[in-house]
Design a protein around this ligand. Structure first.
Ligand code: SOE
Length: 402
């Protein structure tokens, strides 16, 4: 009877929104993917002891600790997954890398470029592997876009148009950590532009070379303090409708950042992130126009990729709506989920990513490339260049931001 391979034992720091998304992903990966080694949920670490026990029981974490440093000292843990606010990514990731643990960290890599650089350098010094949860790369439609560009179906890329429009940041939303510069580093910019900058780099395979101009806005400067007694208040998207009116606190981060840039292949690019676009709940969109065609993606219709093949005769050319769920058609991840057009959702991108992390740890190929700390650092440089451009009201070349 062949011995079953030793499981990859995972620990997770953080039991809020990303704690749920990641717990689900680690639990589901082995169910929907035929992986070289199984995943074992080992320990969940979070600050609030009462919440922790409930979370552990609900999600099946056998061990708990309120001291995240315990994870570095536990020889039974192979990978530590960091799902905490941006300001503690560096401390936690560096400690785990120095203890020889593999690290998967939520995006953005960090709240500041300095912290991100320290994380990148710690990863360089370590033999362990690193990953950053840019989960939208693993929407099948985005992964297909990546493949089509690589196959040359768009030709030379001329324009990238990316937006990430949300609307949860209204005046009733409490001053959770995402509205505190010292915790988050920036607001919608680091939270949302991080995703679309990564997607643009991933799908085009090119780097941003210059930010020509950026504008940052904080429309709501005072927010109700979270009334749950904790320093961070409710989850990321918690509203406060109906709550008693607590004191207010200053929001010192952007509610929106827009910027225009150039890509290394010569394309123009525009990026817009906001938490104040009523009518758009999680509208993460990307459009590419190339010399041979165009493609566009909208996360709010996440199973579909629109493709226009401009080499077709004008008699039949037009936007093609590709439902990216066809296993026989080789759509990324389609064979792991449901029959054609039995669509998948937000959480499946995380499960796809957990499966690809296991594949990389077992030295097998992920379906599409996974961002490590060095890759995510390139996105962080772009975020920093845009903030500099907005602050100094000038163009910023990426070579000036190291
Ligand atoms: C809040 O803006 C948020 O939860 C982001 O932090 C996530 O990365 C995004 O996937 C959904 O919205």
């Amino acid at each position: 009877m062949p011995r079953s391979p030793r499981p990859i034992r995972v620990a997770l720091v953080g039991a809020k929104f990303m704690g749920r998304a990641h717990s689900n992903a680690w639990r589901q990966a082995g169910c929907f993917f035929d992986l070289p080694r199984p995943v074992a949920l080992h320990t969940i670490a979070a600050r609030n002891a009462a919440e922790l026990e409930t979370f552990a029981a609900q999600w099946g974490w056998p061990h708990t600790t309120t001291r995240w440093r315990d994870l570095a000292e536990d020889p039974e843990i192979d990978l530590v997954d960091i799902g905490t606010p941006n300001d503690v990514h560096r401390e936690q990731a560096v400690a785990m890398l120095e203890a020889g643990k593999h690290v998967a960290c939520e995006k953005p890599l960090a709240g500041t470029l300095d912290d991100a650089r320290a994380m990148r350098d710690a990863a360089k010094r370590s033999k362990a592997k690193t990953f950053v949860w840019f989960n939208y790369r693993r929407c099948p439609a985005v992964a297909l876009a990546h493949e089509l560009v690589r196959e040359g179906r768009l030709g030379d890329i001329r324009h990238v148009r990316a937006t990430y429009l949300q609307s949860w940041g209204g005046p009733d939303t409490p001053r959770v950590w995402r509205f505190q510069k010292k915790r988050a580093g920036s607001g919608a910019h680091g939270d949302l532009n991080a995703h679309i900058v990564d997607m643009a780099r991933f799908v085009t395979g090119e780097e941003i070379t210059e930010v020509h101009g950026a504008v940052a806005r904080t429309f709501i400067k005072e927010r109700p303090m979270p009334d749950d007694g904790g320093p961070d208040g409710g989850g990321a998207l918690a509203g406060s409708k109906g709550r008693k009116k607590p004191a207010t606190g200053r929001s010192d981060v952007d509610d929106a950042v827009l910027f225009v840039a150039s890509l290394s292949g010569g394309a123009t690019a525009s990026f817009e992130a906001t938490r104040l676009a009523p009518g758009h709940q999680n509208r993460n969109t990307l459009e590419l126009n190339g010399s041979k065609g165009s493609l566009r993606f909208d996360f709010e219709d996440m199973n579909v990729l629109w493709f226009h093949d401009d080499t077709e005769s004008p008699r039949t050319a037009g936007w093609r709506r590709i439902m990216c769920t066809n296993a026989a058609g080789g759509h990324p991840y389609a064979e792991n989920w449901w029959p054609d057009a039995h669509v998948i959702g937000y959480e499946h991108g995380f499960t796809n990513m957990a499966a690809d992390i296991v594949r990389v740890l077992c030295r097998t190929k992920p379906v599409v490339p996974l961002p490590d700390f060095a890759d995510a650092y390139e996105t962080q440089r772009v975020l920093e260049a845009a903030l500099l451009s907005a602050k100094e009201r000038c163009a910023v070349r990426l070579r000036e931001v190291r």
